[in-house]
Write a protein that binds this ligand. Sequence first.
Ligand code: BGC
Length: 721
Amino acid sequence: MRIKYIIVSVAVLFLFGNVSAQNKKEVALQAKISNIIKKMTLEEKIEMIHGNALFSSAGVPRLSIPELTCDDGPLGVREEIKRFDWASANWTTDSATFLPNGSAIAATWNPAMAHKYGVVIGEEANARKKNIMLAPAFNICRMPLCGRTYEYYSEDPYLNGQLAIQSVKGIQSQHVAACIKHFAANNQELNRDSVNTLVDERALREIYLPAFKAAVQQGNAYTVMSAYNKLNGYWCSENDFLLNKVLKNEWGFKGVVISDWGGVHHTVAAANNGLDIEMGSSGPYEQWYFAKPLLEAVKSGQVPVRTIDDKVSRILWLMYHTSMSTNHPKGSIATPAHAKAAYDIASESIVLLKNDAHLLPLKAVNIKSIAVIGDNATRTFASGGYGAGVKAKYEITALEGIRSRFGKTAEIKFAQGYKASYSASKTDAQNAGSDQPDQTLINEAVTLAKTTDIAILCVGSNREYESEGHDRKNLDLPFGERALVNAVSAVNPNTIIVIMAGAPYVLNEIDKSNHTIVWSWFNGSEAGNALADVLKGVVNPSGRLPFTFPVSLKDSPASGLNTYPGNNMTADYKEGILVGYRWYDTKNINPLYCFGYGLSYTNFTYTDLATNKKAYKKGDKITVSLKVKNTGAVAGKEVVQLYISKLNSSVLRPGKELKAFKKIMVAPGETAAVSMNIDVNDLAYFDIKLRKWIVEPGQYKILAASSSKDIRQMASFHISR
Ligand code: BGC
């Protein structure tokens, strides 16, 4: 007892000792910053809060304050571009690791993978002397057509939040600032810089803001990028509610709000409503809203000097944690360790959608010949998508990966199968016809597929077809791929469909007529190796879908309610909180593949679901435990998903909401004891009239699930008043 007491006391002392040391450090830093600000002229301050080139803002050389540098982006550190235009600077030392895209990271359902991603980004940013990385991007995947779905994470705020926290921590562990983007409700590319999104406060608080809040409060993100769009009538770059009230005051954000490039519209409103740095694409920089016009606005009293000082203070705070930090790491670029991280993430992201004939994993000894078919088999995915483009040191294509894993024992031949003729920079008229099959290429592919033991069809989209700046027109697989798939699978019974893309597509026909379907992504430098290892069974697939694949576009909420792309530049998010699976569940619409879905080469059974108590109150922690047995013959990773459902709620609640998840590795025949915690406070809904979070008393169900539709165990508990 006494020993326990001593241990607890020492722990308390240690903890509080540390906290106060931390506080003292912060107080000293703030004093140092105030002193620096006192020495600065107004002109010098103004120079610091707007871009002086495409990816930097000025320092104050006479006070030894360096320039603040940043770089894109979410899929790897972007190559060096010229200081004043977007053309490549043609460096030979900036080839980077290409990391799996956002939805691929989300498909790992593994926060440790998001952390790994962050560390690589941070280390490579340091090697390039970049202080801020414009990543991660994790807007909610509301509308499956959105051109940036592949950059973003998922349709679920909790999954997004858990991953965002770790991406941010990983980046910032290297003394590089993460820039979480795009704040907020930037869910479509069409009209993104003019659309006014109308989102009620409940949907904002429950769906669109939680991941940002988690990245700020738990990830301690140093910077936030304001979105291009308007939110509820105000540009996000001058939105007092978003930037001042919620982000800075409520959440206690200490860092810097940076505008999206060219996303500022007014001087006084942006300066007073929370924006700290204006960034953009072209000069003359002294004419920008936060340059001469802001200087004049301060002189005329429209913007207080203390508001400018606050911005500068935030920037200096950021610098003392990044470029001016002590023990600043040197960084490294495109190292073997980074390649290994890219491989690890990619191999956990691949989703096995269908394996009805048990064709996978392929038994290499029995295979003498493989036809690898499809433009995506030889295509690389690193470049494209503006800020999300990467000049990759190398990228293993699917064909290269398959050759390296199967080439010693099987003859491997390639046929292109289709032409991917869509270009993001062309007009719709110029792109017309790019959805048509190419019969000559199909005939070649069929001739080849007839002669081989196995056909691996690599289809999907590419970085032109899914891109920043435009949305897709529909959810069909592009380039006439369906005709190719039908033709090849008709002649080779051992056809495997591999789809490489970053967003949902309508796959009903493909699903109906094929027994083996694998979903890969824009999966980074090691994509081909990871894919081939999944096909071979070296890696047991453990990716789970981060968003719903609807049967048809009209089943999705924004299409069903006709709120996309909006009327008169207004997109009214009428579905409210019913985004993603929350919509499909609540409206009883069956998707083709649901949120959280993905198969394995083994099977898992769930038993013994229990909560540590039967009744809880506000502020309590619910400990949920269960057992998961691997009943198959190979080791595998299972993603155990915990959803909560409120019975007889007094307000509309979704059928279920994800509140915890864990990815676990289980050896064949073994049983793993799984335990997860859920805070009772996280069961709250946001009451729109009272404008506060309410934990409703009463009965709740807890669902332990292998996907959002595959509920394995159920238990219930009570929340008291
Ligand atoms: C994008 C941002 C990106 C910025 C700089 C903007 O168009 O929306 O995500 O970081 O450009 O390239």
